[in-house]
Design a protein around this ligand. Structure first.
Ligand code: NDP
Length: 284
């Protein structure tokens, strides 16, 4: 049977609809309109697109958004002062600092300056600690989207063999912890993993977040496995491909995400969901 192509766009639209209803409800009962402030430093074209998409989605969901676009020459002190101001602004419930930042700026210091309550990306060390210890907190958007996707597919994660390729702080580690929380047996792989194809072949659910075009081949996928490809790689011709060789992997998998149109749209939807949840906590 051909693999199910997991439609991330459709699921993202569902999530955006839920957020829109939640935002309307909040406005009606408390008068609070969820607000997201996005900060972008420099002129990275991909960042410009990401921020534009997030703001547009925000407004369509009945929430307010602001963009603070700073020049590449902005000092770290200026950026921290802006974050401090947004932390104190009652109309701002979520703050998003679009990465990457210019090299002259200490990314960790900037992420730690965002109030943990307004940290819609879930990157603040306090929120990372809360995730680690199973306490409620904003969860990182891409990992949260991956789990929602698996839930939507009706995958029983309890005891499932999950292999995550990649151990970054924004995808690999948090998605592993979220899946562990759901009682999966999680193996985390990275660039030093021995015989990566053999480890991947054990997976009932294979999550790949590496940043290497089509690295995962069809014979790395156990027949019937679910493959979630987080990777977004720009090819020389200007197209986008994932970290998984789609056609080959689809021949073995039971379900697989395409790139584009898989995990990406859900990440944006989860930014909205985290903003709504931050506003709901604030209004309580
Ligand atoms: P990072 O570069 O931070 O991390 C990559 C990870 O992959 C590292 O842990 C690295 O291992 C591992 N890795 C690299 N090469 C290999 C290899 N040959 N074999 C095994 N493991 C390897 O990337 P991110 O996590 O930030 O992003 C990963 C991908 O996901 C990118 O393509 C990015 O664009 C995409 N992305 C997509 C999002 C979405 O919304 N769809 C959101 C965020 C990211 P080591 O630690 O040992 O170096």
């Amino acid at each position: 049977m051909p693999a199910t192509r997991i439609d991330g766009k459709k699921l993202a639209a569902t999530v955006r609809g839920e957020v829109k209803r939640g935002a309307a409800d909040l406005a009606e009962t408390t008068g609070v309109i969820p607000g997201l402030a996005a900060i972008r430093v420099g002129d990275d074209p991909a960042s410009e697109v990401y921020v534009r998409n997030k703001r547009r989605a925000c407004e369509k969901a009945g929430m307010v958004s602001w963009e603070h676009h700073l020049s590449t020459e902005t000092s770290q002190a200026e950026l921290l002062a802006l974050i401090e101001r947004l932390n104190r602004d009652d109309e701002v419930h979520g703050i998003l600092v679009q990465l990457p930042l210019p090299r002259s700026i200490d990314e960790a210091a900037v992420l730690a300056a965002v109030s943990p309550d307004k940290d819609v990306d879930g990157f603040h060390p306090v929120n990372a600690g809360r995730l680690m210890s199973g306490q409620p907190a904003p969860r990182p958007c891409t990992p949260k989207g991956v789990v929602r996707m698996l839930d939507e597919l009706g995958i029983d994660l309890k005891g499932a063999e999950v292999v995550v390729v990649g151990r970054s702080n924004i995808v690999g580690k948090p998605v592993s912890l979220l899946l562990l929380e759901r009682h999966a047996t999680v193996t985390i792989c990275h660039s030093r993993t021995r015989d990566l194809p053999a480890v991947c072949r054990r997976a009932d659910v294979l999550v790949v977040a590496v940043g290497r075009p089509e690295m995962v081949r069809g014979d790395w996928v156990k027949p019937g496995a679910v493959v979630i490809d987080v990777g977004i790689n720009r090819t020389e011709e200007g197209g986008l491909v994932g970290d998984v060789a789609y056609e080959e992997a689809a021949a073995a998998a039971s379900a697989i995400t395409p790139v584009p149109g898989g995990v990406g749209p859900l990440t944006v939807a989860m930014v909205l969901q985290n903003t709504l949840e931050a506003a709901q906590r604030w209004a309580r």
